[in-house]
Write a protein that binds this ligand. Structure first.
Ligand SMILES: *[C@@H]1O[C@H](CO)[C@@H](O)[C@H](O)[C@H]1NC(C)=O
Ligand SMILES: *[C@@H]1O[C@H](CO)[C@@H](O)[C@H](O)[C@H]1NC(C)=O
Length: 108
């Protein structure tokens, strides 16, 4: 009986998607708060590109936040001097590091 339970747990684990977690992801690297999270049912890996504002440059891409989110919604937020673009994915492990601005940086 114990063996069956162990096998069951293992089976769930191998199917769960792991997402990258990072508080500040810049130039293809995690600068602060690196980790990972495992998706629960209905959750998705989330990528949020943060755009900051300066009087000199206007809006510019500053950094990306990576985490798990349930629910996860792809959207754009513009509020004052803050702009955020969110992306969601669950297709494969660490898929959230390939979205948005990051994707372009990985290509070049
Ligand atoms: C997730 O993070 C833990 C702890 O930081 C690490 O031991 C583990 O290898 C990571 N998992 C994957 C799939 O990278
Ligand atoms: C860009 O992000 C860094 C890290 O969070 C922050 O310290 C800095 O103030 C941001 N730049 C602007 C112009 O808001």
């Amino acid at each position: 009986h114990g063996k069956l339970l162990t096998y069951h747990k293992f089976a769930i684990k191998t199917h769960a998607t792991v997402c990258m977690v990072c508080n500040i992801f810049k130039n293809g690297k995690c600068v602060e708060g690196k980790g990972n999270c495992t998706l629960k049912e209905g959750g998705e890996c989330r990528t949020r590109d943060i755009y900051s504002f300066t009087l000199k440059d206007g809006f510019f891409y500053n950094y990306t936040i990576l985490d798990c989110s349930k629910p996860c919604k792809a959207w754009r937020l513009v509020r004052g001097y803050l702009r955020v673009a969110s992306f969601c994915c669950r297709s494969r492990n660490f898929c959230n590091r390939y979205h948005g601005k990051i994707a372009k940086q990985f290509v070049h």
